[in-house]
Design a protein around this ligand. Structure first.
Ligand code: UGA
Length: 429
């Protein structure tokens, strides 16, 4: 089918590329001409495993095109996906101005029936607003349908998640666009759940909030584990083997960050508040998440006492593994707190150093992870990159002035670290 995706951020670019890979003809639109030029020239604005290769392959096959013109995108396809940012406002509510702008632009360019699909994460009832807006601004008065099709991909695993989704949610106001939506997703071999549009929009916020709740639950358990000498990894394994609970998203650590969970939690709390419900459960999820970082910083201070004039090595800057994204990264937050305490930092990340340089200054960026510990008083693991498990621990121990390792992501084995002679402090163990 012919599809247009408006917005080439993480969601839009992955969506467009994977649709092309599945055989559809795709036009990706972005108002940022520089970005479009980078993509046209074969460059990538983001790091996402496997994505660059797929973009190149599908551009070469003539299935994937880039443009900065929304009218061109609207004209070329019958199904238009909206994948523009929905950033948070200062009060936690969602800024829908990009969505509204795109709805007007689509309306102005429509000359025949279109299906307008929202992929951005939006508050429940946004689809109704999009429909009203298109109706108001469509000069040609042609027919259209609005669909909600939330995206569940994770950064770092975006291509894999898109190509093999657990489910595809399609929220509609009338049955008319269902057949086309099913056809678009047919190559992906996933159950398609057709719902009303409000339910589809709610599913996205409900899913992210539940996953954040799961993380805060295991982080709260990590506190109880530390107080009792239990091991949070054993507890996670023990409860995770119950199929009703599941083992995934039970990694205790520095708490969740990134551009989705913190924003979506605040948004969902705000949405509930506007509907007259005080979602205290989710407020507690936020509180536990903030406290988890406080506790980790305290752990470092309890051991090191004073950080002024000490040098700490930090491994990890991205908000999680497999990405160069540092937005609301717990690792960056941790670095800035250590700096506030007067510590000098030597930092490394396999992918995120360039992006980190814009927000984390006054630190030494080190290219080789095995060189970070040189001259440091302690080492900290802040992001769950699997590479860090291959760290040359003997070399690190020899390079450190004191063999102290604070592991905010529980990457190493307790007994092995003791054997190697480390003072090793992790989370919930
Ligand atoms: C999240 C959801 O997992 C996706 O399903 C959703 O589509 C996406 O948000 C979105 O709304 O766009 P993402 O933010 O890319 O994806 O990353 P996650 O893998 O969910 O991790 C989020 C944060 O939780 C990271 O900081 C990670 O380190 C942390 N985390 C995750 C834990 O601390 N423990 C865990 O067990 C899992």
């Amino acid at each position: 089918m012919k599809l247009t995706i408006i917005g080439t951020g993480y969601v839009g670019l992955v969506t467009g590329t994977c649709f092309a890979e599945a055989g559809h003809r795709v036009v990706c639109v972005d108002s940022n001409e520089d970005k479009v030029n980078v993509l046209k020239a074969g460059g990538m604005p983001i790091y996402e495993p496997g994505l660059a290769e797929l973009v190149r392959k599908n551009v070469a096959a003539g299935r994937l095109h880039f443009t900065s013109s929304t009218p061109e995108g609207v004209e070329k396809s019958d199904v238009i996906f909206i994948a523009v940012p929905t950033p948070p406002l200062p009060d936690g509510a969602v800024d829908l101005s990009f969505i509204e702008r795109v709805a007007r632009d689509i309306a102005g360019a429509m000359t025949s029936y279109k299906i307008v699909v929202d992929k951005s994460t939006v508050p429940v009832k946004t689809g109704d607003k999009v429909a009203e807006t298109i109706k108001r601004y469509c000069k040609a008065k042609v027919e259209f349908d609005v669909v909600s099709n939330p995206e569940f991909l994770r950064e770092g695993f975006a291509v894999e998640d898109f190509m093999k989704p657990d489910r595809v949610v399609v929220g509609v106001r009338t049955p008319r666009p269902v057949a086309a939506m099913k056809q678009i997703y047919e190559p992906f071999d996933a159950p398609v759940l057709v719902t009303d549009i409000n339910s589809a929009e709610l599913i996205k916020h409900a899913a992210n909030s539940f996953l954040a709740l799961k993380i805060s639950y295991i982080n709260a358990l990590s506190v109880v584990c530390e107080a009792t000498g239990a091991n949070v990894l054993e507890v996670a394994n023990g409860i995770g083997l119950d199929a009703r609970i599941g083992r995934r998203f039970l990694e205790a650590g520095l708490g969740f960050g990134g551009s989705c969970f913190p924003k979506d939690l605040s948004a969902f709390i705000k949405i509930a508040e506007q509907l007259g419900y005080d979602f205290r459960l989710l407020k507690e999820v936020q509180r536990i998440n903030a406290e988890q970082m406080d506790r980790f910083v305290k752990k470092i201070l309890d051991t090191m006492w004073v950080l002024k004039d000490k040098t700490i090595g930090v491994l990890g800057l991205a908000f999680k593994q497999n990405t160069d994204d540092v937005r609301l990264s717990p690792a960056i937050d941790l670095c800035q707190r250590l700096q506030k305490e007067g510590a000098k930092l030597r930092v490394h990340d396999p992918q995120a150093m360039e992006k980190a340089k814009a927000i984390l200054t006054g630190v030494t960026y080190v290219e080789d992870m095995n060189a970070v510990a040189e001259g440091c008083d302690a080492l900290v693991i802040a992001t769950e990159w699997p590479e860090f498990k291959q760290l040359d621990l003997e070399k690190a121990r020899a390079a450190l002035t004191h063999p102290i390792l604070f592991d905010g992501r529980n990457l190493f084995d307790l007994a092995e670290m003791e054997q190697l002679g480390f003072i090793y402090k992790s989370v919930g163990r």
